[in-house]
Write a protein that binds this ligand. Structure first.
Ligand SMILES: [Zn+2]
Length: 402
């Protein structure tokens, strides 16, 4: 290299280096001056209407789980394909989790019709187990909130604050948890249960429930009651008196109609899909979605491609289903309701669901956020759908007696 070339080379190097330093400094300066901090710090990341943080632990600590630990661990590994980890969720800035309690042993052991008188006691035990988990394994990451005021206070603390904790709310999946006795409801309300899903896998003398998976038919059962039973009607009335939110997920269309006819307060469909896009008995008709939205309710979209679309079976949804199925459903609900303000997310994660193939951990919720940003091109709308709509609904309606 001759002298002049070397001079030119050094000059270019100098420019390159100084521009690098300048760019870095200016980027830092712009960041410091920026009025829009990180998403995590300024916006809600997720208020999930329906998750199962404790289902595996509950199963493994049951008498059967203790007797056959390897079998239950293998079943969980095979079928429980989505999970949530407290620390990761905390790091991701997830704001609120509605922890759904259901006791699979009670449901399957006495399926499909009889309520089990021991169910309330078992349900209280599930609440205890979750609270122990929050005080031990989730300590420093999550806190239980017992009422709307506590939820509001918890949600004011932003994820960049050291005092930030995920607000955990008790909910119950299946009115049979009352064991056929309305008195149990007072105890549940006292313990901070915010919402109850009226039906679950089996009718159980509460209301007819939709076959939710191909391997869950009410086989061999007597003809199920159509719609809500008298107990189901009394349950809704008493829930509204106590300020417990009514959730229509898992109900047949006749039961959904019954719930709509018998309720006076805004409702939730915590983890559902739209029948127009996924033709399953589990999915809600457009008219039902619109009615819930018109009454100021919330539609939580499940993150389970099998229900969201028309895959021929669970295996195919596992292979091809993705978060795009959820985005399509969100867009559809937005279109038929004329607003996004009625939409939330009810992931059903850690609840033995075959989730979207690109998201197995709840803390990866940013993957859905990115897709929603592409779809709506509006950070406010995305924040509403992922977090604000649900949290504001709970702040406004949990504990309001009607
Ligand atoms: Zn469910």
């Amino acid at each position: 290299m001759n002298y002049s070339r070397r001079q030119a080379f050094l000059q270019i190097g100098k420019y390159a280096l100084s521009s690098l330093v300048f760019n870095h400094a200016s980027a830092n300066l712009l960041n410091a001056l920026s009025l829009e901090p990180e998403w995590k710090e300024s916006r809600m990341v997720l208020s999930d209407l329906h998750v199962h943080p404790l289902l595996d632990k509950w199963i493994q600590s049951s008498p059967w789980g203790k007797q056959y630990p390897l079998i239950f661990k293998a079943v969980s590994k095979m079928l429980n394909k989505t999970s949530l980890d407290w620390e990761r969720c905390w790091n991701a800035g997830i704001n609120m989790l509605c922890a759904a309690h259901f006791n699979p042993f009670d449901e399957f052991a006495s399926m499909p019709t009889d309520p089990n008188p021991d169910a309330p006691r078992q349900t209280i035990r599930m609440l205890d187990v979750l609270e122990d988990e929050i005080n031990e394994k989730a300590f420093g990451y999550a806190r239980l909130v017992n009422n709307a005021a506590e939820l509001k206070a918890a949600l004011k603390i932003k994820p960049n604050d050291p005092g930030f904790r995920i607000a955990v709310v008790h909910t119950i999946e299946g009115g049979h948890a009352l064991g056929g006795d309305l008195k149990a409801l007072d105890k549940f309300a006292e313990r901070g249960v915010a919402m109850i899903t009226i039906t679950h896998f089996f009718t159980k003398a509460v209301g007819s429930s939709a076959n939710s998976l191909p391997f869950f038919p009410d086989h061999g059962a007597p003809p199920p009651i159509q719609g809500l039973s008298n107990f189901g009607r009394d349950l809704i009335k008493r829930m509204e008196e106590l300020g417990i939110i009514v959730d229509v997920a898992h109900a047949t269309s006749t039961t959904v109609t019954g719930i709509l006819e018998n309720s006076t307060r805004p409702l939730v469909a915590s983890h559902i899909s739209a029948r127009t896009l996924g033709d399953h008995p589990y999915s809600l008709y457009d008219e039902q979605i619109k009615e819930i939205a018109n009454r100021g309710g919330i539609i939580g979209v499940i993150l389970m491609p099998y229900w969201l679309s028309n895959y021929s079976n669970v295996h195919m949804s596992d292979k091809y289903g993705s978060l795009r199925d959820a985005v399509k459903t969100i867009r559809h609900i937005c279109k038929i309701c004329g607003t996004h303000k009625c939409i939330g997310i009810g992931s059903d994660f850690a609840g033995y669901i075959p989730g979207p193939k690109e998201m197995r951990q709840l803390s990866d919720i940013h993957k859905l956020r990115e897709l929603l940003q592409d779809e709506f091109n509006d950070d406010d709308i995305v924040e509403d759908i992922l977090g604000k709509n649900v949290s504001e609904f709970f702040i406004n309606h949990w504990g309001v007696k009607g």
